[in-house]
Design a protein around this ligand. Structure first.
Ligand code: NAD
Length: 352
């Protein structure tokens, strides 16, 4: 590990730096590598400190802190969720995060995480689907064509081999934007005018809408046997996307039950309704899909370990690239006890 004096300047990956990183490696490669990093950490789940995220709710949205540690590294993400922002020309979700060395407590990376959250959410969804969805899925419906949608489409292409994406949004402009952005992706794109049309022939149903309420994006009669549902948009108390009857017919897989029971689709169910933790499927401790007619549901809310894995991945990927700026954010006096003396000397230097 780097000695503390070298850690006093903290690498910072800006939005521009993140875009350069993704464009230079190629987004599908980044999504695959992220899924690998996340799966690696899910397989060693017991090694992590885990806590539900710390949420500060307001009538218009939520601001959250998501910390975790594996004993060697510590990470946290700051993230908001404000469904009304989009109408004001602002992002619904923005984020940044920090990775630190447990041995010294010194930060080793500060990074933008708005783009990284979209990448890690999509990589996690596709990682879960690879374990749970029917074999060789060909088509996926994406209901909700906002900021997250293209990332979801590309992750399912890169990781699950999806060939067709069927798009629907209550705002046709969002669907057009999504189709335009994915035009050269190699995916077959079908723009739909209803959720019912979007799910036709799809083996995977992704819901990724934003609304601060109990919404019903999918009703029970829309969901046939054997599909995999990737429910991404319901990630807050009072915010869901699926009718309760779908949940009672599904085998439900979650990230961290103490958080998902409060934030996920399963907030509609009894607190002891059986769910399987995704890490157990990935580590071989629990079965995933056991029957071709089974409905599997990944009730995604986003968990701190995914952000930790994403930061860990970015920290490795930027080494030697020159993409990070070095930030002077840790006071580093020559004599660690003489913090005030450092201030005095700076004052004397400024006055000279
Ligand atoms: P966004 O505001 O950019 O896009 C949401 C889209 O949903 C909009 O285009 C809107 O028109 C559409 N929509 C709303 N109601 C709809 C309905 N009834 N039917 C069809 N479309 C509808 O938001 P985003 O950044 O894409 O995020 C979407 C959701 O995903 C948010 O709720 C966000 O909190 C959640 N999210 C979850 C995770 C996770 O890890 N699970 C991570 C990131 C974001």
């Amino acid at each position: 590990m780097t000695p503390p004096s070298k850690l006093a300047l903290v690498p910072f990956l800006s939005v521009e730096g993140m875009m350069k990183l993704v464009l230079s490696r190629g987004i599908e490669r980044v999504l695959r590598e992220l899924a690998e990093a996340i799966e690696e950490d899910f397989r060693r789940w017991p090694a992590f400190d885990k806590t539900p995220r710390i949420a500060s709710h307001s009538p218009v949205g939520v601001i959250e802190l998501m910390p975790t540690s594996d004993g060697a590294l510590y990470g946290f993400k700051y993230v908001n969720g404000h469904p009304k922002n989009m109408k004001e020309g602002l992002q619904t979700v923005t984020a940044f995060g920090l990775l630190a060395e447990v041995a010294t407590g010194y930060p080793v990376l500060l990074s933008e995480m708005t783009i990284l959250t979209a990448l890690r959410t999509a990589a996690t969804s596709a990682m879960a689907a690879r374990a749970l969805a029917p074999k060789n899925p060909r088509a996926m419906a994406i209901i909700g064509n906002g900021a997250q949608a293209e990332f979801q489409a590309l992750a399912f292409k890169a990781i699950c081999g999806i060939e067709e994406v069927r798009l629907y949004d209550i705002d046709p402009a969002a669907t057009r934007k999504c189709a335009r952005n994915l035009a050269t992706s190699g995916l077959t794109l079908t723009q739909c005018t209803s959720a019912e049309e979007a799910i036709l022939g799809a083996q995977i149903l992704t819901t990724v809408t934003a609304d601060k309420q109990y919404a019903t994006i999918l009703t029970d009669n829309m969901v046939g046997a054997g599909v995999h549902i990737n429910a991404v948009g319901g990630d807050c108390p009072g915010k869901t996307e699926l009718h309760r009857d779908i949940l009672t017919r599904s085998s439900i897989f979650v990230e961290y039950p103490p958080q998902t029971r409060v934030e996920g689709e399963i907030q509609q169910l009894d607190p002891d309704h059986p769910v399987t933790e995704l890490w157990q499927v990935l580590s071989g401790a629990a079965p995933g899909r056991t029957d071709p007619r089974q409905i599997t549901l990944f009730d995604s809310v986003g968990f701190a370990i995914e952000d930790f894995s994403a930061l860990r991945y970015v920290h490795g990927a930027i080494q030697g690239t020159g993409l990070a700026q070095m930030l002077d954010m840790i006071a580093d006096p020559d004599d660690p006890r003489d913090l005030y003396g450092m201030l005095l000397r700076a004052g004397a230097k400024a006055a000279a």
